[in-house]
Design a protein around this ligand. Structure first.
Ligand code: ADP
Ligand code: MG
Length: 405
């Protein structure tokens, strides 16, 4: 993949040129009294160095990104306006413009007004159907509109490189392009995980997107020494072993697949470590009645919302002597204090180990920061969950492929 330096050389310098940058600004937001507030700005901060490098060269930087999952038309609650506000705070002294559409009148007017060393953030990419369309022509049309007037493209939205979307996959066909520093750094770290990782290689998996994440287990069964499973996905494992899981998150159609993984792991000598106790609550709420129960005795009317203290201790000790750690997905509903213990224990164990550690996943990274841990105690905190999982699965990532061509 080409770097910014190579791109600058290719187009005879970026000063005064309009450069379209695809960034990942898909940050978590909370609404309070009708005001949307960013609860974790990690992805914005991770995007700054690439913008700054371009601004320093006098480029006219146009940033495009998505937020949430709007369905191809404008929806106020997915507006990037709060992100533009945050960017202004993070780039004092830089003119930061915001277009209230993606390729419409506002984007054109703001683009025309954009000066050297200024930044323009466009409204949510997914307000246009073309962004995520499966139809090549529909995506292609949006890609041409986005590329219109730009002299170069920089792909830096690592969290979206696994998507065959217009801004990720199609735009680079129309412009001289390069990978931004964030994408290059992320890929370098993942390469380290897949080429001769220091042993033991311990993987911690959790979170709520169970079926999305099962695929990576298959790949990891050929790479990792231990796989610790927590979060919402654990109940599909416990059910696969024949246990009742009450009203916990369960993906019944994945049970056979999970049984297959357990059998393969046993054959290959890969340890799959499941919790022996869980925090089970009567409802998905911080105020619900909750208690620690054995993992094989979850009452029918309760749901598991965290791994229990015995499991936390076991996971921590499995992590203590690791050479390499990859962690994706919180161990419980860490956003609610009664169910944050497992995630905190795992995060602290990883922070305290000497292993080369990588945290992938938007919520996992947010958990590290929300729990007050220092980012410096982790080898790398990835901005992309799905993207890093697909990379580890050995999939071709459309956004990286587009930057190779
Ligand atoms: P990441 O963004 O790190 O890849 P996911 O998006 O897959 O992680 O999952 C994060 C979410 O999983 C969190 O919001 C957390 O509340 C939820 N979660 C964790 N454990 C459970 C559980 N036992 N039941 C329901 N949801 C859970
Ligand atoms: Mg998530």
């Amino acid at each position: 993949m080409r770097s910014l330096e190579q791109l600058a050389a290719e187009v005879d310098g970026l000063g005064g040129k309009r450069v379209l940058v695809r960034s990942d600004l898909n940050v978590p937001l909370a609404e309070e009294d009708g005001v949307r507030r960013i609860t974790d700005d990690g992805r914005i901060r991770a995007s700054l160095p690439t913008w700054q490098a371009l601004l320093d060269q006098g480029a006219r930087v146009v940033v495009c990104a998505h937020l949430g999952r709007p369905k191809g038309e404008p929806e106020e609650k997915y507006s990037l306006a709060p992100v533009a506000e945050r960017v202004r705070e993070l780039l004092p002294g830089t003119t930061v413009r915001f277009a209230t559409d993606l390729v419409g009148e506002s984007a054109r007017a703001q683009g025309d007004a954009l000066g050297d060393g200024e930044l323009l953030l466009l409204e949510n990419l997914r307000f246009e159907k073309g962004e995520t369309s499966k139809d090549d022509d529909e995506r292609g049309r949006l890609a041409r509109d986005l590329a219109d007037g730009a002299s170069a493209y920089v792909g830096d939205g690592f969290g979206a490189v696994h998507r065959k979307h217009a801004s990720v996959y199609d735009v680079p066909r129309h412009l001289p392009s390069a990978a931004g520093g964030l994408v290059l750094a992320e890929v370098e770290v993942l390469r380290r995980l897949t080429t001769d990782p220091a042993r033991p290689y311990v993987v911690v998996l959790g979170g709520s997107k169970v079926s999305d994440k099962l695929g990576v287990i298959e790949a990891l069964l050929g790479a990792a020494d231990k796989i610790l499973v927590g979060g919402g996905m654990v109940f599909t494992f416990l059910a696969a072993q024949g246990h009742d899981v009450g009203s916990s998150l369960l993906e019944r159609d994945q049970l056979d697949r999970v049984r297959g993984y357990l059998a393969t792991a046993a054959e290959r000598g890969v340890q799959i470590v499941l919790p022996t106790d869980v925090v089970a609550a009567t409802a998905f709420s911080a105020d619900a009645d909750h208690a620690v129960v054995a993992a094989d005795a979850i009452p029918a009317d309760r749901m598991g919302l965290d791994i229990g203290p015995e499991s936390s201790a076991a996971f921590a000790s499995a992590l203590a002597d690791a050479g390499t750690v990859f962690w994706n997905g919180p161990m419980g509903v860490f956003e609610m204090e009664p169910y944050a213990g497992g995630t905190r224990a795992v995060a602290e164990a990883i922070a305290g180990s000497d292993a080369f550690s990588v945290v992938g996943g938007g919520d996992s990274a947010a958990a590290v920061r929300a729990l007050g841990l220092s980012e410096e105690d982790f080898g790398h905190i990835s901005t992309g969950g799905g993207a890093s999982l697909e990379y580890l699965q050995g999939d071709v990532l459309p956004g990286l492929q587009a930057l190779e061509d």
